[in-house]
Design a protein around this ligand. Sequence first.
Ligand SMILES: [Fe+2]
Ligand SMILES: [Fe+2]
Length: 439
Amino acid sequence: MKNINFYLVTDTHYFEPSLGACGKAYDEYMKREQYFMAESSDIVKATFNKLAQDKSTELVIIPGDLTKNGEIESHKGFIKELYRLKEAGKQIYVITAGHDYGEKSRAFVGDECIEVEGTPFEIIPDLYRDFGYGNALAVDSRTLSYVAEVKEGIRMLAINCDSPDKQKGSIDSELYEWMKIQLDKARSDGCCMFAICHYPLIPSVPVFDLVGDAKLRDWRKAASFLADNGVELILTGHMHIQSINEFVSENGNRIVDVCTSCLVGSPAKYRKITVENSVMRVESLDTPPFGIDTNGLTLQEYFDRQFNYSIKNRINGALDGGGIKKIAKKILNKITVGTLGRLLFIKVDKSIKKVKFIDLAGEIGISIFKGDMPFVEGNPVHAAISRFLKRFRFIIGKIEPKLSKNGAKVNLTEMLINTIGNNKDFSDNNTEIILGGNK
Ligand SMILES: [Fe+2]
Ligand SMILES: [Fe+2]
């Protein structure tokens, strides 16, 4: 790939604050939400100010979920910020996704949740005419995918896999046909091409391969198609996770997927990417301070606290009710890892014995989304989970065939172990990867 540098910011989930984001219904809603809603506009402003200060990078790419839930006022507020950034000298390209038109748009006024005006899919190209669509070389009017030459000789294929009339996170045959024409055209024009897409192309962590909405449908087909047609880099979001993964097609062509966190919720990161002489350098940056009083916590701890709160509330919510569920909930909130180990006849390292199981579950959950999972061999959590999986291999063996799709064997133990510990040759956050090896 030719030399280029850009900022990658995603899942900004901008919410127009004047619509209302407070009161009892809002507090109740936020019990299960990973990322901030009332504060999102301040976070976007603070981040864009930071980007504007860096004169060494002109290009800013935002692959979808621009707004909270497609409120038209949120789009208008977000676009105002985009214009401010453009005036500071940036060239900005966006695509939209399900949260920009497909969800129920709502706000919180008084103690109520109210419906507010959403955004029709059809007006997206007009709303974002100065941020991709206006100078596109081609637009697929059905899905609103487009191609733009972002720098001389470098084209960007913006794939909208989340348009309303087809399955979420999918590429259908018509879109494949349209992409093939664009990729062939780029090649014959002597341009290189990278792609952006809201959904991760490659499962961010191995177990996400089992989760329908965690990556593009039929992702191996999509990855092979792109890699074999000259695309070696794709930038994605949606899962609010920091991950970098590679896939090699049967023809030996490689594609790298850089999936980036939500800007307004833990792990709250954005990236600066530089490609120079075929070396791609990825740098992950923290969402900057946005004027909130964090009560003595670091900003990262403040974001993590909300994520942790939502994980615990979701776990407890699943156990709401009487009878067995009530007892299970009580035990779950009190039991320590040591006690659980004793009950299951699993040896647990003393450093984690006194930790409450629910706290450890929250910590593991948050760590997955930060990338570079630390629970590798030699770590007490890795040891406890390995022993757990060994003890229950009989049950796991019964589950695995049910998880297998298209005859592909699933090794759940290996998937889980490689999910809790990074087994890749590069970091999910700050790394250098050599591009340019494809045929
Ligand atoms: Fe999102
Ligand atoms: Fe999404």
